[in-house]
Design a protein around this ligand. Structure first.
Ligand code: ADP
Length: 385
């Protein structure tokens, strides 16, 4: 049987330092032929020694699922890369020069880019098809200068590429378009405030399909309260902790990235567990929930001001899609700003994109599932034709 190009899947790879997420997706239809995760790469006692071993583990997982990857007519491989730095504002076909430039950006994303590079190198050796890099920062390369610039000396910022980059861009972009489809309106006509609330959390303001503000910054630590990340703190905190608590820069970095946020306040980072503890009357969990919501309201208000009002407020990712209490708490008291939620619509369990504001609301409130893998597959297919 001959296959038309539109039957041919894209392999989407998301390589972290110790994990590899994969999906085999047909971009046009969105059909997921297979999806999975290889964990504990390179850890002691693990059977998976490195990223090349992880690709081998993926191959055997697929074989167990009845898919012989060597015989799949792959169209391309799409790689998620966290940091595109100042260089990459669009998806790009990977050659040796591109790979060197991604490597050179590792200083900006030491936790993420090196793993992506190793994953790309291993995959290029195995799969003789075009490989494409999709950057988490790309959607935010359109931020106006006044939004992307930190108020630090300009020569220093230029020398070290210091600016707001933003992350989760693939998700924000996908959701901006999916929301326009849901509302049956051109994306060009919409002012959107998008809240991506997963393990990492970020907000964006999108006008006419272009990002004009976002809450993450030079690194994915800035902005909203997250599972283990503090989000915004006084920048003076670092110097204060160094002086008063005798902490090193690495210790402070680890504290704010891995031990703070919802985890630091309540002892748990999984939001389902947090909500259960709130309902059981746990004061620490209550405080974590309230701080999380307070920060969200802060950004919603800011982005309404940046956009001069919004047409739609969108919730996405694990918490945004599934936590009715968070959505209700964020919208509470915002009636004067045109934002309100219909409790029955909010609480109706659904996995579909849907509107949860009352009919005729000035600002539509929507829940729109994100799908980063499909977005990566589509952008990859668009580039390689
Ligand atoms: P990632 O950022 O890793 O892609 P997700 O988008 O899957 O993560 O979001 C993970 C978060 O979503 C976790 O904090 C999880 O507890 C939360 N979550 C998932 N389902 C629910 C639910 N039904 N209610 C509340 N939170 C949920």
């Amino acid at each position: 049987m001959t296959q038309s190009p539109t039957d041919r899947p894209v392999l989407v790879l998301n390589a972290g330092s110790s994990s590899l997420k994969y999906q085999l997706v047909v971009p046009e239809s969105g059909e997921v032929r297979a999806a999975g995760l290889v964990e504990r790469i390179g850890e002691s006692g693990s059977e998976v020694a490195d990223h090349s071993g992880a690709l081998e583990a993926m191959r055997s997982q697929l074989q167990d699922a009845g898919i012989r990857l060597d015989e799949v007519p792959l169209r391309a491989v799409g790689h998620r890369v966290v940091h595109g730095g100042p260089d990459f504002s669009e998806p790009v076909v990977i050659d040796d020069g591109v790979l060197d430039r991604i490597k050179a950006l590792s200083a900006l994303a030491p936790l993420h880019n090196p793993a992506a590079v190793i994953g790309i190198e291993a995959a290029r050796k195995r799969y003789d098809v075009p490989h494409v890099a999709i950057f988490d920062t790309a959607f935010f390369s359109s931020l106006p200068t006044e939004a992307s610039t930190y108020a630090v000396p300009r020569d220093l910022a230029a020398k070290h590429s210091i600016r707001r980059y933003g992350f989760h861009g693939t998700s924000h972009q996908f959701v901006a378009h999916a929301t326009a489809e849901l509302l049956d309106r051109p994306v060009e006509d919409l002012r959107q405030v998008i809240l991506h609330l997963g393990n990492g959390c970020s907000a964006s303001a999108v006008r006419g399909g272009r990002a004009v503000e976002t809450s993450m910054g030079l690194t994915p630590l800035q902005g909203l309260v997250m599972g283990t990340r503090s989000g915004d703190v006084d920048p003076g905190l670092h110097a204060y902790l160094a002086r008063e608590a005798g902490m090193s820069l690495d210790e402070i970095d680890t504290l704010l990235n891995k031990k703070s946020g919802v985890l630091g306040l309540s002892g748990v980072n999984d939001f389902r567990e947090l909500v259960q503890r709130v309902e059981a009357g746990d004061d620490d969990a209550r405080l974590a929930f309230d701080v999380f919501v307070h920060r969200l309201k802060h950004y919603v208000g800011a982005y309404l001001a940046i956009l001069g009002g919004a047409d739609v407020l969108v919730f996405t990712a694990g918490i945004g899609q599934h936590s009715a209490p968070v959505r209700a708490a964020v919208a509470a008291g915002l009636g004067e700003l045109g934002i309100s939620i219909d409790d029955a619509l909010n609480e109706a369990g659904s996995t579909e994109a849907r509107v949860i504001s009352p009919f005729g609301s000035r600002v539509v409130v929507a829940v729109v599932p994100t799908n980063e893998e499909l977005a990566i597959a589509r952008q990859t297919a668009d580039l390689v034709g």
